[in-house]
Design a binder for this molecule. Structure first.
Ligand SMILES: O=C(CO)[C@@H](O)[C@H](O)CF
Length: 532
């Protein structure tokens, strides 16, 4: 009898990833399908289409379906034994939404194992290009929603966030107003996470509390849909969403399609999928007092919170591993794509040269500060590139190595400033847990450690959302017996200490952080006049 294993999936912005772990939590298989490279027929950039208005951003839903076909075929041809999979769970980029056309439930349920999913489902989506988290085109829907519930702070108090353009309720409202026929033709609306779970379940999977907290629709305290928010977005929405469930829920057994086509066991359980960031929290085994930083397409900061106070900035979500507590999330849209653009422009596309530039410039960059937002930034709302010299004078450019340090110091000072605005205190026991592509670069992590004056740890794999999903697959099988995720993952590799703060870092960055916060007020996007 093959040793049992557990699968974790991550339907992220740029790729689909899978990780298999055994009962001792050792990684026994990893694979991915990169959307741009492996599915060139969709012609995406970074897995998405940035539309000509520079605000609308979508991804083709059939690309995600075809990526799953491809990765399962890669696993099959590599001889992966699907029969050993006891349970699977997964993650999806948050806020994105999928619109299942009327009648699709039958196609899902009766999928013929002779055909790949992308052929079976090609007529199942009322909206072929799903809005995703990088979209900033729903400002009018956001103001309508806030007005309907009594203002931004009220909406934050109910749903954990004020209205954000990328949040799903506002995206649904836009589709309802601009494409009413598609909305009428829609029998089910999924998040990317619950859409992915539906593919494995062969039925519509429910939205989990944690990813559902990223929609401006869920009352995060009672964990039910807010009627006033639903009504403000579109009619008949509750029926299209279905009821939300705790993130550790076992949704059922895997669909017969996978048993017949790939040899999965009929006993393989599907555990609710969740958002990529909540799954990362599980993958990094975040504890209270830690700050987790996911350095991915977007840079995301998140912390474990017992008693949140929702604010006009950042987000409070239901905690994916303990539905009695919460997590706080701060998203910085200009993350790895911004770092890659500066690497290309200032370090001839080489991370080695990029790192050398960080080594050759002094901490604090002689007072030069920069704000780097190629796309409309979320935290704060600002766009464009803004450089200031040590006298706070705006300058049009920096020498290449100064530009590189200004980018990295600016990105991390913004994170500390906005985390402390959420009421987070960097304390002596604070650990920074870094994951994502840039967490492999020690020079970048050294700047992070110095700006926060805290040690930085990394986990063995940058795929924390994937790993967290595999951990949650195991946890789902025992959660009803009140076993905590921490108990389930105690055999997992400990986070590894990567760097500690340079002596004097706190004194050096304290005045710079103050200047950065003041200058940030000057670059905030003000639609009535062009930013500074
Ligand atoms: O918008 C975000 C979180 O609010 C991003 O981190 C997406 O989840 C990335 F997929």
């Amino acid at each position: 009898m093959a040793a049992p294993c557990f699968l974790g999936w991550d339907f992220s912005t740029q790729q689909l990833k899978v990780i298999a772990i055994d009962e001792r939590l050792r990684v026994i298989y990893e694979d991915n399908v990169h959307f741009d490279k492996d599915l060139p027929e969709f012609k995406t950039q970074g897995g998405a289409y940035v539309h000509s208005d520079r605000l609308t951003v979508t991804s083709p839903v059939l690309m995600w379906v075809k990526a799953l076909d491809m990765i399962l075929e890669k696993m099959k041809s590599s001889g992966f034994n699907f029969a050993q999979v006891r349970a699977l769970s997964g993650a999806g980029q948050q806020h994105g939404s999928v619109y299942w056309k009327k009648g699709s439930i039958q196609t899902l349920k009766n999928a013929s194992p002779q055909l790949p999913l992308h052929q079976l489902l090609k007529a199942c989506f009322a909206v072929s290009n799903s809005p995703i988290w990088m979209d900033s085109s729903t400002a009018s829907q956001c103001s309508n929603l806030e007005k309907a519930v009594g203002g931004a702070q009220h909406l934050a108090a109910i749903t954990g966030s004020r209205a954000y353009e990328r949040f799903t309720g506002n995206q649904i409202a836009k589709i309802y107003s601009q494409n009413p026929e598609a909305y009428t033709q829609t029998e089910r609306i999924s998040l990317v996470s619950s859409f992915a779970a539906s593919l494995f379940l062969g039925a519509y999977a429910p939205i989990d509390y944690s990813d559902g907290s990223g929609m401006n629709l869920l009352q995060i305290w009672e964990k039910v849909w807010s009627a006033s928010c639903l009504d403000a977005c579109a009619p008949g929405l509750e029926e299209k969403l279905g009821s939300p469930v705790p993130s550790h829920s076992v949704l059922g057994s895997i669909s017969p399609y996978y048993i017949q086509r790939y040899g999965f066991s009929p006993d393989c359980k599907v555990v609710a999928f969740t958002g990529d960031n909540p799954a990362s929290l599980a993958g990094m085994r975040l504890q209270e007092g830690d700050i987790a930083i996911s350095l991915g397409t977007s840079d995301t900061l998140f912390l474990w919170i017992q008693e949140p106070t929702p604010a006009l900035e950042g987000h409070i979500l239901c905690n994916p591993v303990d539905s009695q507590t919460f997590m706080a999330l701060l998203c910085f849209k200009n993350g790895s794509l911004m770092r890659e653009r500066i690497r290309d422009d200032c370090a001839s596309g080489s991370w080695d040269e990029f790192s050398k530039a960080l080594s050759s410039t002094v901490a604090g960059n002689n007072g030069n500060l920069g704000f780097y937002f190629d796309v409309m930034e979320i935290t704060p709302e600002a766009v464009g590139i803004h450089r200031f010299n040590s006298d706070n004078q705006k300058v049009s450019d920096f020498p290449k190595e100064v530009e590189i340090r200004a980018l990295i110091e600016g990105q991390f000072m913004a994170k500390r400033i906005h985390a402390e605005k959420l009421g987070y205190k960097v304390m002596p026991r604070t650990r920074i847990l870094a994951t994502g592509g840039a967490s492999h670069n020690k020079k970048i992590l050294q700047v992070l450690s110095d700006v926060f004056n805290a040690p930085v740890y990394t986990i063995d794999t940058a795929n924390s959302a994937c790993l967290g999903s595999a951990y949650r697959a195991i946890h789902g099988l025992v959660a009803e017996t009140n076993v905590s995720l921490a108990d389930v993952v105690k055999l997992a590799p400990e986070p590894r200490l990567a760097v500690t703060p340079t002596t004097g870092a706190e004194e050096l960055y304290r005045p710079l952080l103050k200047r950065y916060a003041e200058l940030e007020q000057k670059v905030i996007y003000n639609p009535t006049s062009c930013p500074v």
